[in-house]
Design a protein around this ligand. Structure first.
Ligand code: MHF
Ligand code: KIV
Ligand code: MG
Length: 269
């Protein structure tokens, strides 16, 4: 399994990092089998798998339940798990309790925290929890920022650069930048020592992350501009329709899928 030092070296050597989300045993097995560098158990779980409107409904227990399944499916891959909405920001004591619980029970290699919680990042680092910082578009703040591109003015761009430096100084081991101008993401990636993983942040970051269901085209929802589709699992509906038809008209199951009485001396499959 890759460790943080390996990921740092990949940045140093100019080798781009791939990260894909996974939410359960089969998706984790697929992502590991594909040789993806790192897995993110994202709180996008809420929308892609649990059918919620946003990530705001996702609980710490949801994240733990799914991250444990991912761990079983991808025992050899570096796993990052999201701290969900409400598990961070109430008080330092509660935040730390939640961070420790998530890290300890999931056996992930790192936890990810949205937003400017630099003191929390520092405290986690001090007790040995690797933290990935997530800045730019932070979907847990959808009620305040919507899903709009961030840091497009000079002032907000400077602010983001400053936040990125503060995250690194606080001890973050990686940074995720979402939905920001590519030139700014490039500058931040050059400035920081830690790997910077982009989603909607252009080509010049140290790596890229996409959501599993977006890459493979599950569902028919409108996708953000930054999504490139590499597969087509939308054929699932067609396959299920065919099963339904074959049951209806008695085509399934035929002999191939059927057992017979065992006759002594004969071999039966
Ligand atoms: N399937 C999925 N993929 C994701 O990338 C994702 C989730 N779910 N759920 C959690 C968040 C929500 N995300 C989103 C959702 C929508 C946009 C979006 O529609 N953005 C507009 C930009 C609008 C503007 O110009 O400001 C776009 O058209 O891309 C972006 C990120 C990213 N995350
Ligand atoms: C979009 C990525 C970065 C994420 O945080 C998630 O999938 O939850
Ligand atoms: Mg997330």
């Amino acid at each position: 399994m890759k460790n943080i030092k390996d990921l740092m070296e990949m940045k140093h050597d100019g080798i781009k990092l791939s990260m894909v989300t996974a939410y359960d045993y089969p998706s984790a097995k697929q992502v590991e089998a594909a040789g993806i560098d790192t897995i993110l158990v994202g709180d996008s779980l809420g929308m892609t798998v649990l059918g919620y409107e946003s990530t705001v409904s996702v609980t710490l227990e949801d994240m733990i339940h799914h991250a444990r399944a991912v761990r079983r499916g991808a025992p050899e891959t570096f796993v990052v798990v999201d701290m969900p909405f409400g598990s961070v920001g109430a008080s330092m004591q509660d935040d730390m309790k939640n961070a420790i619980k998530l890290y300890r029970t999931t056996h992930a290699q790192a936890i990810k925290i949205e937003g400017q919680h630099f003191e929390l990042i520092r405290k986690c680092q001090q007790i040995g929890i690797p933290v990935v910082s997530h800045l730019g578009l932070t979907p847990q703040s959808v009620g305040i920022m919507g899903y709009s591109v961030q840091a497009q003015s000079e002032e907000t761009a400077r602010q983001l650069m400053n936040d990125a430096k503060r995250a690194e100084a606080a001890g973050a081991v990686m940074l995720v930048l979402e939905a920001i101008p590519s030139d700014l993401a490039a500058l931040i990636s050059q400035t920081l020592t830690i790997p910077v993983i982009g989603i909607g942040a252009g080509i010049d970051t140290d790596g890229q992350v996409l959501v599993y269901h977006d890459v493979l085209q599950y569902g028919t929802e409108r996708k953000p501009k930054f999504v490139k589709i590499y597969g087509d699992f939308s054929t699932g509906v067609q396959s299920l329709k065919q099963f339904h038809e074959e049951v209806r008209n008695g085509q399934f199951p035929d002999e191939t899928y059927t057992y017979q009485i065992k006759v002594l001396g004969e071999h039966n499959d």
